[in-house]
Design a protein around this ligand. Structure first.
Ligand code: IMP
Length: 184
């Protein structure tokens, strides 16, 4: 089945993504002027967003990556989060911006903030492309930059996967509900 036939609809087009990302990058460039923030991302979902966001930022930045297991192979299996790859860089006294693809319940972000916060960064904020507020459990997250609020549907594309597929779609789409095995 062609990728396009597996989608219910396109939620955010490529043009909408790129124009919003430029706005976020402008805000980050202004807010961190005079600093060299460290953009920290989680593999693999946020990689497309980070690549476009970082290229639109006009101040010097560094970047680093973590890898975790969250959600398991199926959506909805939220719970334990495990660190698979830690950062390469020290973050003490640095301005750290956690770049996320999507914040859903907020449990993953809360876990990451605990780890990063314990290392005494000069500041620690979140930039998320998508915010699924309807399912939020942790509501104290320092989300400083937010691309789009999305409804409570399972979205794929632009880095976001379902069973490791669909990441390479250049837009955000809603997967056909009959193709999603487990209910959220
Ligand atoms: P949270 O801990 O519930 O906030 O979940 C965050 C993680 O769940 C994200 O980094 C994604 O990997 C995954 N996730 C949540 N919602 C979606 C979705 O609609 N599509 C794809 N992945 C999702």
């Amino acid at each position: 089945m062609a990728l396009a036939d597996q989608l219910d609809r396109i939620l955010i087009t490529e043009a909408q993504l790129q124009s919003r990302i430029r706005e976020l990058a402008d805000a980050i460039s202004a807010d961190y002027a005079g600093e060299t923030p460290l953009l920290v991302s989680v593999l693999k979902g946020a990689v497309y967003f980070l690549a476009d966001l970082s290229r639109a930022i006009s101040i010097p930045i560094a970047m680093d990556f973590m890898a975790i297991t969250s959600y398991g192979p199926e959506q909805g299996a939220s719970g334990a989060v495990r660190l698979i790859k830690d950062l390469d860089e020290e973050i003490s006294s640095r301005h750290v911006l956690l770049v996320e693809d999507i914040i859903d319940t907020g449990l993953t972000a809360a876990y990451l903030l605990r780890i990063l916060g314990a290392r005494d960064p000069a500041s620690l904020r979140i930039c998320t492309l998508l915010d699924k507020t309807a399912r939020r459990i942790v509501d104290t997250l320092p989300i400083r930059y937010r691309g789009f609020e999305v409804p409570d549907v399972f979205v794929v594309g632009y880095g976001l996967d379902y069973r490791q597929l669909y990441r390479n779609l250049p837009f955000i789409g809603v997967l056909r509900p009959d193709l999603v095995a487990a209910a959220p």
